[in-house]
Design a protein around this ligand. Structure first.
Ligand SMILES: [Zn+2]
Length: 676
């Protein structure tokens, strides 16, 4: 911790220095003079564009870039007022950026292969190449050689509201111009970017080493309920273990209670420091007593380290605020910039779902199925997982026989698309742009960034082939690859390639994954399956929307109290978690003052990311509803060629309505008729 604090202090001092230099160099008076000169040269027709372009370029121009006279000269020489010339400039930029992003992406893919793929021998340089980011200096370079300034000057930035409202009447080409205006919307010094990755990776490390030896944990009767060597990471491992005990009717509940008590000790930071990642001590989380062999020892609490990391993440994020003139807080950057939905918009949707009568009905159903009153940790109830009609062994056997290796799976991909209604020609084309590789981890999909490159589909392929789990993940990733390929090749121009945000690509991945059996010719004979799935997803949305609200309110509080200490932050996060619980969960669960919603590790290592998960599910339900009785292939081709527009606009054009919680609520109503 000590060296960390020191690094942060040095960093804050150096930020002070940058601060002084960055005092607005070009003043309003200078701008007015430049507008006049541009008006003389180009007339008033292009006034909107040059006033906007000049003022936005001025936001980033510093003394080191040139004098005020240099800036004026730069604007006069480089502003393109003629529409045809502007279109030519756009085409040149399209071509060059596709080459640039495409090739840098290829380098990243290649350098990370020994880390991502199985079957690579390891060498001493793999980690360094894997950690190298070829994009790291791009922003710096392009401001230094002034390409960034030329782009800002001619293709200005539009705010989220402008994109939403004016964007309705934009052509795909107009959208391309606007997306080009997003490319250089910040000029963060690389020193700060480097520090940001350092601090995030320190937080990552803290969580990665936060294991609890559950075998050493015992309850008030002195009983050890878990296997001796069971060590689990917070919060994922602990949560999944808790979930797995719903099946155990005899001891499940006491095990779950014990795990939840461990979690509460972590959230409140009353956990003894000595039991974290330590296989040698035993601990009773109820009394908080710690033992070495049979002897009780003094053990100090962790003392707010969890919140110190969060505070460090907040401070580094806040330190780069001033380099984003259009997105001045981390909250803005996560919602308005990355997700392109305002925080209020997201919050309103989450509250609508959390306050719905369906939460009550599903909670009642869970209570009935469990045969007991709900506990706080039943936010993780997993009894709605669809069971299917085939056993795990049967599924493994079937899939292994179909796909004994990578090549058989690759050959099969176009057949899957044809089953979904893609023409043979389109199916063959899309699949010619996808390469299948055996991954070391669970699996992922890595898209290409230029049309001459391929998307990568990674899943587990063992020595005997692909088992059902590997196949199920591979189908999810294939859904991503199909989105990546359509939204790169079939869009109007390069700068609108992709989808509005990551939740949209998840939606298509879910649509594919849900049909995994159908795609290998197994008809689903369990009519209740889709209803179970709806309830399962709904309940996980309830949980994660609650967690997301805690995440959002915590960041709002930190911005309102930038000098808070870790002790204060600890108190506050607990307070916020309990407030959210008491408002939305307590009336349904019948228990008050539970801090459980603050346990997520994402809050520490990837702040404000969590909202993307439930949004992905909302889109999925809307997409599914729209796809009913339609040819999936045709619709997917049309929808994912819309390009990266404003999310609500995309939804309007894709499925004819705004993003909303209604389709998922309707599916829950439907499911409740069948599942008792
Ligand atoms: Zn995914």
């Amino acid at each position: 911790m000590k060296t960390k604090t020191l690094i942060l202090m040095i960093l804050l001092l150096s930020i002070g220095k940058i601060d002084a230099q960055k005092d607005k160099f070009i003043k309003q008076g200078d701008l007015d003079k430049i507008y006049k000169s541009l008006e003389i040269k180009h007339g008033s027709r292009a006034m909107f564009r040059y006033e906007r372009g000049v003022s936005q370029a001025a936001n980033f121009w510093t003394k080191e870039d040139g004098s005020i006279e240099d800036f004026e000269k730069f604007c006069l020489e480089n502003f393109v007022s003629n529409d045809n010339e502007l279109a030519l400039l756009f085409s040149r930029l399209e071509l060059n950026f596709e080459k640039l992003y495409g090739n840098l992406n290829t380098i990243s893919v290649q350098f990370k292969k020994p880390l991502h793929l199985s079957g690579y021998y390891s060498t001493v340089v793999d980690n360094e190449f894997g950690g190298y980011n070829p994009f790291a200096h791009l922003n710096d370079d392009f401001f230094n050689n002034k390409i960034a300034f030329k782009i800002i000057l001619n293709f200005p930035f539009y705010s989220l509201d402008e994109k939403k409202i004016a964007g309705e009447n934009w052509t795909d080409r107009d959208w391309g111009y606007a997306r080009l205006g997003d490319v250089f919307s910040s000029r963060v010094p690389s020193l700060l970017l480097m520090k940001k990755s350092e601090i995030l990776s320190e937080a990552d490390n803290y969580i990665a080493n936060y294991n609890i030896y559950l075998g050493n944990v015992f309850d008030n009767s002195g009983k050890h309920l878990f296997p001796k060597d069971l060590a689990l990471i917070t919060h994922w491992g602990l949560r999944d273990e808790l979930k797995s005990h719903y099946a155990d009717k005899k001891h499940g509940l006491e095990k779950q209670k014990l795990i939840y008590n461990v979690m509460k000790r972590i959230i409140t930071q009353t956990i003894p420091q000595a039991v974290i990642n330590n296989p040698n001590l035993t601990w009773n989380p109820y009394t908080n007593k710690v033992f070495d062999k049979a002897i009780e020892i003094d053990a100090e609490r962790e003392a707010d380290t969890r919140y110190e990391y969060l505070l460090d993440v907040f401070k580094i994020m806040k330190s780069i605020d001033e380099y984003y003139p259009n997105f001045p807080t981390h909250i803005n950057r996560k919602f308005d910039m990355e997700m392109e939905m305002s925080q209020q918009e997201v919050e309103t949707m989450f509250k609508e779902l959390l306050s719905s009568k369906q939460v009550h009905s599903v909670a009642k159903l869970i209570e009935k199925r469990l045969g007991r009153k709900l506990q706080a940790f039943d936010i993780w109830y997993d009894g709605f997982k669809p069971r299917g009609t085939m056993s795990q062994e049967e599924l493994d056997e079937k899939v292994l026989a179909l796909f004994p290796n990578n090549a058989t799976f690759t050959v099969y991909l176009p057949k899957m698309l044809e089953k979904l209604g893609f023409s043979k020609e389109k199916a063959d084309f899309i699949c010619s742009k996808v390469v299948v590789e055996a991954s070391r981890g669970a699996g992922h999909a890595w898209g290409a960034r230029s049309k001459d490159d391929k998307a990568h589909l990674r899943s587990r392929i063992g020595e005997n082939g692909m088992d059902y789990k590997g196949y199920n993940i591979a189908v999810h990733e294939f859904g991503h690859n199909v989105e990546q390929t359509i939204s790169l090749h079939f869009v109007d121009n390069y700068f609108i390639n992709g989808v509005p945000n990551t939740a949209f690509t998840e939606a298509l991945a879910f649509v594919f994954q849900k049909r995994d059996l159908e795609l290998i010719g197994i008809e689903n004979s369990d009519a209740l399956q889709q209803h179970y799935l709806a309830l399962d997803i709904f309940w996980s949305c309830v949980e994660i929307m609650g967690v997301s609200l805690v995440d959002i309110y915590t960041w709002q509080w930190m911005y309102e109290n930038p000098n808070a200490t870790a002790v204060q932050l600890n108190y506050q996060v607990n307070k916020i978690a309990i407030e959210v619980w008491n408002e939305y969960f307590a009336p349904i669960f019948g228990v008050k003052n539970e801090p459980i919603l603050a346990v997520y590790s994402h809050m520490i290592i990837d702040p404000l990311y969590l909202s993307a998960y439930p949004i992905g599910h909302l889109i999925e339900f809307q997409l599914e509803k729209y796809l009913q009785n339609k040819i999936i292939g045709d619709e997917v081709l049309r929808i994912f060629a819309l390009g990266r527009k404003h999310p609500q606009l995309w939804m309007q054009q894709a499925v004819g309505e705004d993003l909303s919680v209604k389709p998922i609520l309707n599916s829950v109503d439907e499911a409740l008729k069948y599942i008792k």
